[in-house]
Design a protein. Structure first.
Length: 126
């Protein structure tokens, strides 16, 4: 699960770098503008990095953090797909689209690994 978590986390961080270029705080009407955007990223990146530590150390909280990271990846894709369908022009450069697609692909990979880990845990308990 450490590889799929790493790639999901990396794609999310890359997306947030790209989001700064596209001024995503304006799309979401974030209170405080860029300052609110930075506060959000401080919290979100801290959670994702903390989760990676739990995954690497195989703690009991690792599956929860993995589920959160996967949800962030899939949610990023779904939100931006919705914006694209609504006619928003941001995030239409080829690498922006690729990074958003990578968020979904890696999230699905992480969910598959998470399901496998939870299955192994259930068999150990039984």
């Amino acid at each position: 699960m450490s590889r799929s978590y790493f790639w999901t986390m990396l794609s999310l961080i890359l997306h947030q770098i790209d989001a700064a270029y596209w001024r995503e705080w304006e799309m979401f009407h974030v209170p405080g503008g860029v300052q609110g955007f930075l506060v959000f990223n401080l919290a979100a990146i801290a959670v994702v990095l903390t989760g990676y530590r739990h995954v690497l150390l195989d703690t009991r909280l690792a599956p929860r953090y993995a589920a959160v990271c996967a949800a962030l990846g899939a949610g990023t894709f779904l939100i931006h797909a919705g914006f694209a369908l609504a006619g928003q022009e941001q995030f239409h450069l080829p690498l922006s689209v690729a990074i958003i697609g990578l968020c979904l692909a890696c999230a699905l990979w992480l969910l598959r690994d998470l399901r496998r880990v939870r299955g192994q845990q259930a068999r150990q308990v039984a």
